[in-house]
Design a protein around this ligand. Sequence first.
Ligand SMILES: C[S@@+](CC[C@H](N)C(=O)[O-])C[C@H]1O[C@@H](n2cnc3c(N)ncnc32)[C@H](O)[C@@H]1O
Length: 197
Amino acid sequence: MEHYFTNNPDLKSELRTIRYKYKEYELTYLSDNGVFSKDKLDFGSTLLLNTLYEQKKEKNLKVLDIGCGYGFIGIALAKILKWKVTMCDINKRALHLAEKNCLENNIKAEVLESNIYENITNIYDLIITNPPIRAGKDVVYGILDGARDRLEAKGELWFVIRKDQGAKSAISHLEKTMNCEIVEKSKGFYIIKAKKR
Ligand SMILES: C[S@@+](CC[C@H](N)C(=O)[O-])C[C@H]1O[C@@H](n2cnc3c(N)ncnc32)[C@H](O)[C@@H]1O
């Protein structure tokens, strides 16, 4: 069975374009078979973008979008909030699309292939993620737990997770090392902010 995180270069390519209007910004994303949310943007991802836009007012932030897919959140943040964005994923097709989507939306961002944080050497003001629930708990908790060591002292991890996909247990787990707060809830999706102690 194909998953959105499986690298399969033989999977037939059927490019499509997803358009998204946010405030006065028009964003365009190329998508394809074999990537997450290939036909329409994920509600959780749009909620995370909107919550960051409404609540995170600092400028010039250095941000890592881990599990970036074709770049929806990272590119929107670079375009709208002018943050300095790095995007990484394990899925090569998604990364190729993310690179094209940077050009398409006229933004500069770093795009890296990385299994969780394997190739991430910098530290960030903000790490954001819509984690790959279907990849399993080891990967999801690998992303959440690994954030702490890749954040500046006042850095924050922001992520979206559905209540019925383990939001409460993810919070209890992360609370062992970080201070967590639910900053938004909508349609069963939670946006969680975790700060270093
Ligand atoms: C739920 S999707 C979110 C995609 C994108 N950020 C969005 O909001 O549309 C999770 C992403 O994590 C990626 N992923 C899965 N396993 C991974 C791993 N071990 N390391 C890095 N990324 C991974 C998947 O390929 C997928 O693109």
